[in-house]
Unconditional design. Structure first.
Length: 150
């Protein structure tokens, strides 16, 4: 189980990855792919599930709970995702940058709640088909100020 210090460090690393990919205000293309690749590596930790007959099967010793990370995997995951490691490192070394990014993320995150249902700015989004839900979510995020969704 990760302790509070590791969780806090993971949050800072993830925020700095947003900063390093220039995705803080939304992004697309190679920046979005780099961020998603980094998070897929970083949040899953160092022990991905094995594939047996086309099905993911987790090894008991390598089980990784959702929402965990390995702070030590930061550099490996950043390099494999193609993130500018100098920009990531500069953010990690600058408490003022970290604070600004984390405050921006926190401010934006207060407007979106996705479990057990999806709300944007306190308004419940309709439970609908996946295609319709994507349109509804993009429209709500755009209206809430997420320009990348517009």
């Amino acid at each position: 189980m990760m302790g509070d210090a590791a969780i806090c460090k993971c949050n800072v690393i993830e925020a700095c990855a947003l900063h390093a990919t220039d995705c803080l205000d939304g992004c697309t293309g190679s920046s979005a792919r780099a961020l998603v690749s980094f998070l897929g590596c970083f949040v899953a930790g160092e022990h991905p599930p094995t594939i047996t007959n086309g099905t993911a099967v987790e090894k008991s010793a390598a089980r990784v709970d959702e929402g965990t990370c390995e702070p030590g995997a930061k550099d490996k995951c950043a390099a494999s995702a193609g993130i500018d490691t100098k920009k990531l490192g500069a953010c990690m070394a600058a408490k003022a940058t970290q604070k600004a990014v984390l405050q921006d993320v926190w401010h934006k995150a207060r407007k979106v709640q996705t479990f057990p249902h999806c709300e944007v700015n306190g308004r419940l989004l309709a439970q609908e088909s996946e295609k319709d839900a994507e349109h509804t979510l993009k429209a709500a995020l755009c209206k809430a100020g997420a320009s990348a969704a517009c």
